[in-house]
Design a protein around this ligand. Structure first.
Ligand code: G16
Length: 545
């Protein structure tokens, strides 16, 4: 059997690649303006089918989203059979196929690829796909469907849903009827799995109401779907749910806005009361940031690092209470963005590893532990349990009533977690369960350690690809000499730390700085941003101030 070249040619001609644009499969797949992604979606459809064939007909996922990015952006990423990110070696194949300039070139690259990767074309291909609420989504999904049609793949449209639900679907479809079955392969199956574990963990009476900022994105739909199952355990108040209002998505709301600006979304000013907990999702509901107002109505951020701390500590306590602390090692994975004081707090208690930005790096590192807790400071993360750890947790015979109670809690913790990828709603339930068990409000949780003041700045440069990093992105290798200058600046500030890295999702370079005081952190960040700008040859009128 060979490729249906005529079908591919005919449909590919409907999705020509625009001239002068170069695409790159980065940290979160392809991501750029939605209006230039048509050809990419077609080709991703073809690639997803080939990935499925390569993996003996296992279902591959495709998510159309640009997550926290502005509404005109869009993107697409592939999901491997266990719900994890696409295998790294295929990222470069995706980039090559997306950049072929004509149908002929595309077909010839495809044929080479099939040969070198040894794909058996006669195998079946199955793909499940979904999109977020962006206006460019429907047309991009149509292009993707043409790619599936061209290769004869069987497609399942999961509609408008969150990125983590799509990852969940991929895993449940592929494990259906096996010992590793992960749940029922529907959105309702997802809500039922998470909520029933949560309801068992928390029970009545209901928790005080939680305000959820849905970023005016698809998280609003999923949060509403989930809330139907939480009536007696966690009343929620959904805010920023305007999914049909043009321009509203992620605009002055959502997890990225709250984390970067370290302030309340303006739309919540008259909504949130002092002491009340609230959280923000991002545009595809795979990130979660908590916050609260103290009695003086001062804003306090509870970011991914704070989530790691409270979740990892709780899991360690449970494992100990069950009597499995010698057999189950819990570890934490962070990135360079982790607040210095979170790393200090955690390292005094647990093994902590630092890896480059991007869920795939964190996820893989977390899989090295029996129980790996990973969160990026931006609120993207989850907990992964090795298969032997899961088997042990579900087969262990406790010796005392206390151990027995702790074991049931640990089993429910495992079930409330979406292990496939960072999942804002699953993480929210996990955090709520931990807070309920520890009788913590926002202030008690926040007091575990005090964040070092920090600042994140974006720098627009002519070419972000000249920036190369090492040591889990904590040091710059190129442009030459810049790291020495950063080091000299950092030394001037008490408790100073700063690093520079090119973004994998936006055409910018990011600068992070922390120091002993807020003005010092701000000053250090802007001075480093200035250095970056000058060395990268930016327009002097646009220099960060
Ligand atoms: C994506 C990645 C995250 C990463 C974020 C920002 O998140 O999945 O791992 O932290 O982009 O990456 P960068 O700083 O390289 O632009 P999301 O929520 O946008 O999918």
């Amino acid at each position: 059997m060979s490729l249906p070249i005529d079908d591919i040619r005919r449909l590919s001609d409907l999705h020509p690649k625009p001239q002068g644009i170069s695409y790159q499969y980065g940290t979160a797949g392809f991501r750029t303006l939605g209006k230039v992604l048509d050809s990419v979606l077609f080709r991703v459809g073809v690639l997803a089918a080939l990935r499925s064939k390569k993996l003996d007909g296992k279902t591959i996922g495709v998510m159309v989203t640009a997550s926290h990015n502005p509404e005109p952006d869009n993107g697409v990423k592939l999901v491997d059979p266990r719900g994890e990110m696409l295998e790294t070696s295929w990222e470069s194949h995706a980039t090559v196929l997306a950049n072929t300039s004509s149908t002929d070139e595309f077909i010839s690259a495809l044929q080479d690829f099939i040969k070198t990767t040894d794909i058996d074309i006669s195998k079946p291909a199955k793909v499940v796909y979904a999109r977020d609420t962006r206006p460019s989504g429907p047309a991009l999904v149509a292009a993707l469907e043409d790619g599936l049609k061209a290769t004869g793949a069987e497609g399942r449209n999961a509609g408008v849903t969150t990125t983590p639900i799509l990852h969940y679907l991929v895993r449940t479809i592929n494990t259906k009827g096996t010992k590793q079955s992960y749940g029922v392969d529907t959105e309702e199956g997802y809500y039922t799995k998470l909520s029933s574990a949560f309801n068992k963990l928390v029970g009545r009476p209901p928790r005080p109401p939680l305000v959820i900022d849905c970023a005016n994105g698809v998280g609003a739909l999923a949060a509403r779907g989930l809330s139907r199952y939480l009536v007696n355990s966690l009343p929620v108040q959904l805010e920023n749910t305007a999914i049909d209002t043009p321009g509203a998505l992620n605009n002055s709301c959502g997890a990225d806005f709250v984390k970067v600006n370290q302030k309340l979304p303006p739309s919540l000013t008259d909504v949130l009361h002092p002491g009340q907990r609230a959280c923000s999702l991002d545009g595809d509901a795979d990130r979660l940031i908590y916050f609260y107002l103290d009695e003086r109505s001062q804003f306090h951020l509870l970011d991914g690092d704070k989530i790691t701390t409270v979740v990892a500590s709780f899991i360690v306590e449970l494992v100990k209470a069950v009597g499995l602390d010698e057999r189950l090692k819990v570890g934490v994975v962070q990135t360079a963005y982790a607040n210095g004081n979170s790393t200090k707090y955690l390292s005094e208690r647990l093994p902590v590893k630092c890896v480059p930005t991007g869920v795939k790096h964190l996820h893989h590192a977390a899989e090295k532990y029996d129980i790996g807790v990973y969160f990026e400071a931006n609120g993207h993360g989850t907990v992964v349990f090795s298969q032997p750890a899961q088997d042990l947790i579900f087969s262990h015979q406790p010796s005392t009533p206390t151990q027995s109670t702790a074991l049931v809690h640990l089993q429910n913790v495992l079930n409330v977690i979406n292990q496939t990828v960072g999942d804002a709603l699953s993480d929210m339930l996990l955090v709520e369960a931990v807070l309920a068990h520890k009788s913590y409000g926002g202030a008690e949780w926040d007091s575990l350690y005090t964040d070092l003041p920090n600042r994140l700045v974006k720098v627009v440069v002519p070419d972000r690809n000249i920036f190369k990093t090492e040591d889990a992105e904590r040091r710059l290798v190129r442009p030459g000499g810049l790291q020495t200058k950063i080091d000299e600046l950092v030394n001037v500030y008490t408790g100073g730390r700063s690093f520079v890295r090119p973004s994998g999702t936006e055409d910018v370079v990011r600068v992070y700085a922390e120091a002993a005081s807020r003005p010092q952190a701000d000053e250090l960040a802007f001075r480093v941003a200035g250095l970056v700008y000058d060395l990268a040859g930016g327009d002097p009128s646009q220099r960060p101030k």
